[in-house]
Design a protein around this ligand. Sequence first.
Ligand SMILES: Cc1ncc(COP(=O)(O)O)c(C=O)c1O
Length: 372
Amino acid sequence: MISTVPSLFDRSLSRSGSGIDAFVDRHTDEAAAIEYGSGKVALRDGLAGVVEPGENVLVPAYLSLAVVEPFHELGLESRFYAVQDTLAPDVADLEARIDDDTVAVMSVNYFGFPQPDLEVIASLADTYDLYHIDDNAHSLLSVHEGRLLGTSGDLGITSLRKLLPVPDGALLYCTDGTVTAECSPSSLAGRSDRFTARDWRFVATSAAGAVLERSPALYRSVERAVSDGDGSSAAEPGDRYEAAKVPMSKLSTLVIDTADPAVIRSARRENYHAWRRVLSARDDVTMYYERLPAGISPYGVPIRASEPAAFLAELEDCGVVGAHTWPTLRRCVREDETYETARALAEELVVLPVHQGIEPSAIERVGTRLRR
Ligand SMILES: Cc1ncc(COP(=O)(O)O)c(C=O)c1O
């Protein structure tokens, strides 16, 4: 079976690595990196010192629904700009939304790949004197042309949950001098010094997942029961944000201190290429990105399927339970035709799992079972 996320009990953590801190230090000579429990709270603290209530932030329409919650907590308006089919910004739409109260513009390195037309966003930020937020929640380990993703703007974030078997964890990168000087991290910055119920719950879920993986049907039923039980799948974005207000848990710090960035990146890349081989025979599925540039550690394999629901069902029959469409859009985006491209992408783009706990041979086996 191929699951969504790596487990605490899979091969990727069986060896001791140099840890995430050393990797981040090596790539952030000019940026301060501050630890948090969640990327959303990191965003809030990073911006708090340089914004005023009543101002607005431009964010791409193709974005999961809770990401703008920290802006709202700061009294900011989130203004969604349209995106193109390539995930580059629709520059005319973005520029038309800038006014005297615009304080920042955000770009997103989707799926661990660099934001297309990043330089256009950076240049608009310069022209209009806006802070540029470089959101790299999807892949802590992606480096493009020598630069760690997330460190190109005036501030940036990355989220550890997308990459590692951890209950929480994120980094805030402060790159600009003013942002750094004005940033005064809240009590949610830093590491928890003791284990909490949240840690033990994560260990128990991870252990149960490792056992249940041997029986995909049972795994799916339990997964459904668990998400029905705590309502997490239906949680309101504001509730999700409130639940994310924790420092980095003790369990997360143990995992990041032993993780091996080189092993993780190379396993994810290998799995990406395995999916490419497996899908090359199908004419109803295309890879979203033509290339996997050197240095990129993919969060997943985004693909376009002519019939996404049927393809997901077919994958599930082959034991792939970790594939999904992404993201769930904010209602104001779902209901506005200006964001037609973002809405189409959210329905059609399927993300396949590539995490370091998957053996490439498991992907090859799925390939032999997929019809057509
Ligand atoms: C693009 C993007 N930015 C930010 C976040 C927030 O990260 P976190 O879940 O660590 O708060 C997410 C989470 O899904 C995301 O997809």
